[in-house]
Design a protein around this ligand. Sequence first.
Ligand SMILES: Nc1ncnc2c1ncn2[C@@H]1O[C@H](COP(=O)(O)OP(=O)(O)OP(=O)(O)O)[C@@H](O)[C@H]1O
Ligand SMILES: [Mg+2]
Length: 358
Amino acid sequence: MIGDLANKIKESKIVGSDLEAVLLSVCALGDDKKEEDLSLILKLPELNISQIKEYQGTEQVKKFIFRPQNLSEYVGQEKAKKVIKTNLLKIKKLRPVHFLIDGLKGHGKSTLAKIIANSLDSECYEIIASEITLDKLTEIINWINTCEKLPIIFIDEIHGLDGKIIEILYPIMEDYKIEGKRIKPFVLIGATTEKNVLVQNYSPFVDRFQVQITLERYMVDDIVKILKQYKEKIYPEFKVDDNDLKTIAENCKFTPRIAISMLEDLLIIEKVEEVLDMHNIIIDGLDSVDIKILQILDKSEKPVGEEALAMMLGLSRKDYKFLHEAYLIEMGYMARGRTGRFITEKGKKVLEKLDKQS
Ligand SMILES: Nc1ncnc2c1ncn2[C@@H]1O[C@H](COP(=O)(O)OP(=O)(O)OP(=O)(O)O)[C@@H](O)[C@H]1O
Ligand SMILES: [Mg+2]
């Protein structure tokens, strides 16, 4: 019970004075605490928007970010775009279908979900999975049933859905009914960086997404195109050198979000070498953490476990895995065996090259 409790509190990510308040309330419950009592206590107070004073001045942000609004502005991912085009027609001519989009961080999942919604005569309800409680689900279903256009529910980080919610969603997604009550036909779009978690735990849920899209790594040319388009849309008055864009594309782990952030830095500091430096790029597109991982593996006589590596680097398991390991393995610098991770010849070569440079 104590273990359960500790885990629940840990998962709730409550800290500081809120945590103190939670602990006091839990003590006050005495020995016969019930699951429901605990959930109530762990519910953080919601932000009271009515108390926020709106800004009355005239200053405006020029244009914050640019996000592709339609499939022709969405660069690369040709396979995904083809599948989506067919299914948009299917929705218009036949019936709604559900989409599951998986891909690495910053690779354009949310952008794609919004493009799907934009391409249909729809209204979109966007929510992060961890925010969907039973009450929220009721609210969402009522929203669907009163929506005048085609309702689209976009659930981000869908691997974070509560098991209970998933069980309720199965029949709804298939029959558009809950306990005999009809639900207006809708389109569900889920985005995830961890499809494997969903498949392992809830494979029937995954099966109910008729369209499953896995985003691919971008090529250097795709990233250059993304950067050129971004610059033209938001900062047409700035000049940038094509070679600098190529350098960014080669050093951003082929990730659009990282590339865009480097581009904005380039517009300010103008020297691409300094931009790479600011982003801790050391050599061949690898950052200081990547190099440290390779050095640890190089020194170790045995393969190293994921948890141990993350701990040595002071990273969460997720950041270790998605920001570093995925890239290093895909590019062949390290590999994953049954007993742990190890460095490859290519990994050793890059360390030697670095040694020679310094
Ligand atoms: N194919 C693309 N064409 C043009 N721009 C793109 C493309 N993919 C991503 N971008 C841009 O890169 C940035 C990150 O994309 P987005 O937020 O959609 O990624 P994400 O996969 O949802 O990331 P996260 O996993 O962190 O939620 C956005 O500014 C987006 O417009
Ligand atoms: Mg996203």
